[in-house]
Design a protein around this ligand. Sequence first.
Ligand code: SF4
Length: 377
Amino acid sequence: MPKEATLYKIIDPDKKIVECTACPRRCKIGENLYGFCGIRWNFGGKLYLVSHGLAIAVAIDPIEKKPLYHFHPGSMVFSMSTTGCSWGCQFCQNWDISQRRIIAGWKLPSDLAINLALAYGTQGITYTYNEPVIFVEYAYDIGILAKKHGLFNTFVTNGYMTDETIDLAVKFVNAVTVDLKGHGDPELAKKLCLAPDVEYVFNAIIELKRRGVFIEITDLVIPRYGDDIGKARKLAKWIVENLGPETPMHFLRFHPDYKLIDIPSTSAKVLEKHIEVAKEEGLVHTYIGNVPGHPYEHTYCPKCGKPVIKRTGFDIIEHNLDEESHCKFCGYKLNIIGGIAPIYKMNRFAYLPLELYTEFTHIPPDKIKNFVLGGYR
Ligand code: SF4
């Protein structure tokens, strides 16, 4: 059901204007209007998360798809999203859910999400596909219940979050994949993602780490716009200095999508050059993503250099770690949380026939007020 948001404040009670405090845009929203992300609406001077309980995309995936390579590797997660996004990336692969301003989805109250996650044998919940910060109150309700049932919670996020959101997220989120675009370049973020102030992302990463959330970084290497090797070096240096040399770092191959279809995919050679400079700056766990079969999908022991987790795509083929993530060749303790899940050799993709458990709803804009005040119509 739609729910009053917790992350907002009333800034003009007479004119019924509110300020959303979930992401650094801090949209000031008049009555009957919504913020940039399209799912946070002002009705009667209160801000509502109208997509609370409505999941547009739900799937069971390997955790490596997020990607998280050092957090419960080999596990299976219940992945979900709403519509909308706090950014407007012109190359978004999930643009059909993130960039359309629609209120739609499968009715998925928190208890049903948990029941399905448990019934399908997953080990955690991942809030992904669109930006979880915009539906953080919904994620929180699921996440707290997930914790009670022994499931972990992870975000795949652009990292664009306020201190208020971080305060809420640290109560239930165990790990975060922060998706940078073109080395986190502020100009690229403005031009291609409509993100005015990317420095918030870097502040949030430091704060999440400080408060005990496990971090993996991805960097989408975009030909022509975001493939500058000097900027990649600067980013790697920043990660070493602020998060530590054993922070997993994934350089992702770009492929043309949405409005950026005249740009070629990133070549493996360019990605390998990125790995080279990241290593020179001191990062020891560097990966190439979206190039299945590449040797930089594997995890190598920082001490002896031998492969300790071998992957192809999202699958773990073999591993050489003990139960506490020590290298079996030299005994080095790797920066891996949770150890290799016993199910790692299973097929970890599962089709989830939501139509058996719930129904799909689409609420036209002129009906949203009724929906909020009166429930599903
Ligand atoms: S979460 Fe949405 S409504 Fe809130 S500030 Fe960000 S874009 Fe605006």
